[in-house]
Design a protein around this ligand. Structure first.
Ligand code: 13P
Ligand code: SF4
Length: 329
């Protein structure tokens, strides 16, 4: 039997749900029971009745499932950490708050919102301060909701997402530490970013528009504001897929997000908006063999500590508050 068949057989035998993000390798992605963008994965994995969740994605995604469903055993065949999520920890979060306070803004005047691409520990900090989580598909709604508090938003860790949504809401943004006036801003952004989405440049957009004057440009909001400003559509991974699938077959579109996902949409006149292959190294780490070994370890009652997602009780308590505030909105 080949690995794929072995995995399918194990999946039938075990009380397990296999989850995969769109950026996973094709051979892993096609075996998943649940696929989606970060919001859909958090929701659907919470709703599944199975005891075991095997999550193919990056660390913060598996942690979010554990936080929302602590009773489930959550396993990640490769616990690979999103490079952006790694740019912030509790220490950096506190350091940024201190800089904001030194600019004359007290914690009572701030509502923190963290992009879901952050550790459970950072989500817990945000939850404790009355804040919530957002994803690329609901950031607009969540920021609008946050602004109802009359406070400034402290947005972590993705500077681009914060700046892009500030622009679309006609708000002023500033980035901690880059010399901009924090007091003037409605949204104060932490200076984090996604190195994969930073690969897309204004030159890439110009190149495609010159080559195919009718081409559409569709990008993820983790791209720099200069790229999002030039795009015809900005959306989460699921929103991008929906947008591209609904286009007429002869409509060309250049897409600014991770390679594996765009490559799967190739038949639809779809181009990758980059001269450099935009692969997310950590999303690409999980192999079929890793998935097989993880499922086999469940069957053999021999789960490796390395694959097990653990979050302490206090972190679960506050990270869950932040995630559930988002799900309620
Ligand atoms: P989505 O929530 O749009 O799937 O994005 C996740 C991500 O990590 C994009 O880089
Ligand atoms: Fe993180 Fe960027 Fe990879 Fe998304 S593409 S998982 S933000 S490093």
């Amino acid at each position: 039997m080949n690995l794929k068949d072995e995995i399918l057989k194990l999946k039938d035998e075990l009380d397990v749900t296999l989850v995969a993000h769109f950026y996973q390798r094709d051979e892993v992605f096609e075996l998943a029971d649940i696929t989606g963008d970060s919001l859909e994965l958090a929701r659907k994995a919470k709703e599944t009745a199975s005891k075991y969740v095997v999550f193919c994605g990056v660390g913060f995604m598996g942690e979010s499932v554990k936080v929302l469903s602590p009773e489930k055993t959550v396993l990640m065949p490769k616990i690979a950490c999103c490079a952006m999520a790694r740019m912030i920890d509790e220490g950096y979060y506190e350091q940024n708050l201190k800089i904001i306070n030194e600019a004359g803004i007290s914690n009572d005047d701030i509502l923190p919102i963290t992009y879901i691409n952050s550790s459970a520990a950072v989500k817990a900090k945000v939850g404790e301060m009355g804040g919530m989580v957002c994803t690329s598909s609901n950031a607009y709604k969540i920021i609008e909701k946050g602004l109802e508090s009359g406070k400034k938003i402290f947005f972590v860790p993705d500077r681009c997402l914060g700046q892009n949504f500030a622009k679309s809401l006609n708000l002023k943004s500033a980035v901690v530490g880059d010399g901009s006036d924090l007091k003037e801003a409605d949204i104060i952004c932490y200076n984090g970013f996604c190195s994969v989405h930073q690969l897309f440049t204004t030159e890439d957009v110009e190149f495609y528009r010159e080559k195919y004057p009718d081409i559409l440009i569709a990008v993820h909001p983790e791209c720099d504001p200069a790229i999002c400003d030039m795009a015809d559509f900005v959306g989460s991974t699921s929103q991008l897929i929906k947008y591209i699938k609904e286009l007429p077959l002869d409509q060309k579109v250049a897409v600014g997000t991770e390679y594996n996902m765009v490559n799967r949409l190739r038949e639809k006149n779809t181009f990758i908006l980059s001269s450099t292959k935009p692969e997310c190294p950590t999303m690409n780490e999980t192999t079929l063999e890793d998935v097989y070994k993880t499922l086999k370890s469940i069957k053999d009652n021999n789960i490796s500590e390395e694959t097990l997602i653990k979050v302490d009780e206090n972190t679960i308590k506050w990270a869950r508050v932040a995630l559930e505030r988002m799900l309620e909105v």
